[in-house]
Design a protein around this ligand. Structure first.
Ligand code: EPZ
Length: 421
């Protein structure tokens, strides 16, 4: 186990190149299971969740080669169709393998992904859609999901909510279903676009990503040699920009797609940051550290303010002059980290899905515990903006979504160390 030891007070200044997106590479890795050829992925982030996903693909019989941010997956011969429980439990989003594996093998056994710190995270929409396509799903009595499908048949599916994972699962299952599948009220996140781009390189006819209505024409067999570059991680970019804003710094992030974080940049500007957009993939932020509160930030599906930036925004607002209100509409329990922020002296009151943040002049160092990925990132931002030396345990959560965070932050002036405990 390791802790991050952070001495706050330094203004973050410098340049960061944004790595590939965790939430894009995971569904694309699941999609490689559809391919009887070798898929080459570039710009893959080096994260624990990616490592876990590769372990799962390996356990299913795929040949894996990983060199830095380049990954090759040879799924020509799968030797298993059940995902080892220990691996499935390590990463909730292993459920996005379900659709691809069912399409390819006709049978999948996977442990039911439990809830986590931010909510119950049910998979009812995934299962309902797959059943509509012809899958038989046995009861989840012993925690193992048993799905079978002699044949998947394309159909029209209306999602009750634009679920990212459910949209991805259906796209993958539909890629090898008979006939056309239409997904209405589909998620519009950029990661869905990236999955569509990869499926097209596999020869799948798919269109509509980003519009809310996605059409997929299934094909019996997929054998291709695609090379695909993963899109940049909009949440990692937003996280470091929020950290620079909180410390009165000036940061340039490169390799980012401006529109993917337009709603986050809008809020940072409204707080008083100066933001420049150079050619759409270089963003410069200047902050004098003297920022003002936001009357209301509501998280919502893309292109709204992303739920995955909510904790980081609350950490920033803890030091903004005035009172801010943040409403979390996507997950039912995504404010737990605020208990930790309050140890730094933040003044936050949470009622249900609403947090009221009264900005304070100073935050003071404390011993903190990360319990989820983005909540952990929020604690790092709080500690960077606090006086004194804080330590944060639970760094394994942060490592799931941020490549060597302490190295990136040190490179732009933070006083931060990873200490093995
Ligand atoms: C993806 O999770 C992301 N994870 C999450 O990022 C992100 O917060 C979320 O989308 C929303 O943008 C990956 O892509 C790996 P959802 P996912 O299905 O697919 C409810 C991070 O920090 N729901 O869009 O699980 C669900 O409980 C992670 O990188 C159902 O009720 O999110 C939630 O309230 C955290 N039934 C809402 O929908 C279902 O069958 C949105 O969930 C499915 C979802």
């Amino acid at each position: 186990m390791s802790n991050l030891v952070i001495t706050g007070g330094s203004r973050l200044c410098g340049i960061i190149e944004v790595p590939g997106a965790k939430n894009a590479v995971l569904p694309v890795l699941a999609a490689t299971l559809l391919n009887k050829g070798t898929s080459i992925l570039e710009n893959c982030p080096e994260l624990d969740d990616v490592t876990t996903m590769l372990e799962i693909l390996g356990a299913l019989g795929c040949g894996i080669r990983r060199e830095g941010s380049r990954i090759e997956v040879d799924a020509s011969r799968l030797t298993a169709s059940s995902i080892p429980e220990a691996l499935a439990r390590k990463m909730r989003s292993s459920i996005i393998i379900l659709g691809a594996l069912l399409a390819r093998c006709g049978e999948v056994h996977v442990s039911y992904p439990g809830g986590c710190e931010i909510g119950l995270r049910p998979i009812d929409m995934h299962l309902k859609a797959l059943s509509q396509m012809g899958a038989q799903i046995d009861g989840i009595n012993d925690g193992i999901l048993r799905c079978r499908a002699e044949k998947l048949t394309g159909c029209e599916i209306l999602l009750d909510y634009p679920s990212v994972g459910a949209t991805e699962n259906i796209m993958l299952a539909a890629s090898m279903a008979e006939g056309e599948t239409i997904i209405r009220n589909a998620a519009k996140e950029p990661e869905i676009d990236d999955l569509q781009a990869f499926l097209r390189k596999l020869g799948v006819q798919v269109s509509g990503a980003g519009t809310g209505v996605i059409r997929i024409q299934g094909t019996r067999e997929i054998k291709a040699e695609p090379v695909h570059r993963i899109i940049p991680d909009r949440i990692v970019a937003g996280t470091y920009l929020a950290a620079a804003a909180a410390t009165g710094g000036s940061l340039v992030v490169t390799g980012v797609i401006y529109d993917h974080i337009g709603s986050v940049l809008y809020c940072l500007k409204r707080c008083g940051c100066r933001i420049k957009n150079y050619s759409g993939n270089v963003i410069a932020l200047e902050s004098n550290g003297n920022l003002t509160a936001l009357d209301l930030v509501r998280t919502s599906p893309y292109p709204g303010f992303p739920t995955d930036m909510q904790p980081q925004m609350v950490a920033l607002l803890s030091k903004c002059r005035g009172t801010s209100v943040v409403v979390e509409t996507v997950f039912e329990n995504r404010f737990r980290y605020t208990e930790q922020l309050m140890k730094l002296g933040a003044d936050i009151s949470v009622q249900g899905r609403t947090a009221i943040i009264r900005g304070v002049d100073k935050l003071k160092a404390a011993q903190l515990e990360a319990r989820d990925l983005r909540g952990g990132a929020a604690l790092v931002i709080g500690a960077l903006a606090a006086e004194g030396t804080s330590s944060i345990s639970g760094v394994n959560y942060i490592d799931r979504g941020y490549e060597r965070m302490e190295k990136v932050l040190s490179s732009i002036g933070a006083d931060i160390k990873r200490v093995e405990t």
